[in-house]
Design a protein around this ligand. Structure first.
Ligand SMILES: Nc1ncnc2c1ncn2[C@@H]1O[C@H](COP(=O)(O)OP(=O)(O)O)[C@@H](O)[C@H]1O
Ligand SMILES: [Mg+2]
Length: 418
């Protein structure tokens, strides 16, 4: 975090200019706008989402508090410095409740302003690391490898497991499959959301992203027309993802198979790229090409997680062979289960809902656990316990107890026999 962006709102010109002067002297703040009018500033803030806002309350306190609340309810990471000549305790409390993080007394003194800014810089840095959503892209430069199956099921499992809001995006802009895989008919799509990016707040989000059943899984489908897909730019994708990061715990992207500029933008912004391959020579070769491109792009090795899909044990080529050929460790293996996966796709029901106990569904749950750090008791562990119980020979235990001839046991057995 080097240059932090800031917006200044102050109806009083002299006071506004003095704050601007402080900012210019500081060096680590970029002033992206100064406004007399808070409503004009509001539109800029919602669009540009600067991390810092200086907000004078004097002109219209009620409207100012309302606006602060609106901004901070959507952009939790925006640090608002409220300022007023009035330092009445009630006003300070109301302002902080509306979401401001600092209250400065006017006329603003340079030292106070700097202290508050430095504090905000540290807090923002920590918050950015801990509260922003994670972007996971599922990628392969070949189709038919399982990207959509992985993206949909991983998104659903993360939603179930973490209780966080998850956004599933179809970036196969020209021929996405997510709507078919989930049997949904979204009213809006990514092209619509991008053209209304400046309006993207909590309520717009709920009305324009398709909610999957009653879950906290929101789907952003591909546009219905190829022409609309063409109109979406790499910058649009970048703004969309940067914004969604502030609103969702996880953003799962089903990417296109080509290395176009939009896909690369999305891979750049991703926290992890799940590069999917199968254990066969053409797939390994493709994967090599992707890895070497990622190296040229100077992606951190840790950012790229290899997923072997349709894994079969005792294959001619072993996982170790693959790791050696790629000089990269395999992060995850998903078992081969063609019939269950096919049936799930044909029915438009994710496999983790259609067959929650099958090997692939359990595998997706474990993958979501691994990524989120949240663990649930496994069904197979439960079954192991059940099967242990079934192995206990109750009759043999009863015989032993009778042999012991204990009064309490004899009484119990008599009661049972009556
Ligand atoms: N783990 C798996 N086991 C068996 N078949 C799978 C598995 N994952 C995906 N498939 C099958 O592979 C095909 C392609 O899957 P899909 O998710 O559409 O891939 P992509 O999105 O990469 O084109 C589908 O028919 C699907 O049923
Ligand atoms: Mg697909």
């Amino acid at each position: 975090m080097n240059q932090l962006q800031m917006v200044v709102i102050d109806a009083d010109e002299a006071s506004r200019n003095s704050v601007i002067k402080f900012i210019e002297e500081l060096g680590f703040i970029e002033l992206i706008g100064d406004f007399e009018n808070m409503l004009t500033a509001y539109d800029v803030i919602m669009q540009a989402r600067p991390p810092l806002v200086f907000f004078d309350l004097t002109e219209n306190v009620d409207l100012a508090l309302d606006t602060i609340e609106k901004i901070t309810s959507v952009h939790k990471n925006i640090f608002i410095f409220a300022a007023s000549h009035n330092i009445d305790a009630d006003l300070v409390i109301q302002t902080m409740r509306a979401g401001a993080r600092e209250f400065l007394t006017k006329p603003v003194v340079k030292d106070d302003f700097y202290r508050a800014l430095k504090k905000s810089r540290n807090i923002l840095k920590q918050e950015q690391d801990s509260t922003e959503g994670k972007i996971y892209s599922i990628f392969s430069n070949k189709g038919g490898i399982g990207k959509t199956s992985i993206a949909t099921n991983l998104a659903l499992q993360l939603t179930e497991l973490t209780g966080e809001r998850v956004c599933l995006i179809d970036l196969n802009l020209q021929m996405g499959d997510i709507a078919t895989f989930l049997d949904i008919n979204p009213s809006f799509d990514i092209a619509y959301v991008i053209t209304h990016l400046s309006r993207l707040d909590e309520s717009f989000l709920h009305s324009s992203l398709e909610k999957y059943k009653d879950k906290d899984l929101f789907i952003l489908a591909d546009p219905p027309d190829i022409e609309q897909a063409e109109e979406i730019s790499a910058d649009d994708i970048s703004s969309l993802l940067t914004f969604l990061k502030t609103m969702f715990g996880y953003i799962i992207i089903d990417t296109s198979s080509s290395f176009d500029v939009k896909t690369l933008t999305c891979l750049d912004i991703s926290d992890y790229i799940f590069l999917v391959l199968m254990v066969n020579l053409p797939s390994i070769r493709n994967c090599q090409k992707c890895l070497s491109l990622f190296k040229r792009l100077e992606y951190d090795e840790d950012k790229i997680k290899l997923i072997v899909n349709r894994y079969v044990e005792d294959d001619e080529i072993t996982v170790e062979d693959v790791e050696e050929a790629l000089n990269h460790s395999i992060f995850w293996k998903i078992p081969n289960n063609y019939f269950s996966l096919m049936s799930s796709i044909n029915k438009g029901v994710p496999i983790s809902e259609l067959e929650p106990t099958c090997d692939v569904s359990r595998n997706f749950t474990r993958l979501a656990e691994e990524l989120s750090g949240v663990a649930v008791p496994h069904l197979e562990e439960q079954e192991e316990n059940d099967s242990l119980l079934s192995k206990i020979d109750i009759d043999a235990i009863k015989e032993k107890l009778i042999e012991l001839n204990l009064p309490v046991v004899n009484k119990f057995i008599k009661q049972q026999e009556q």
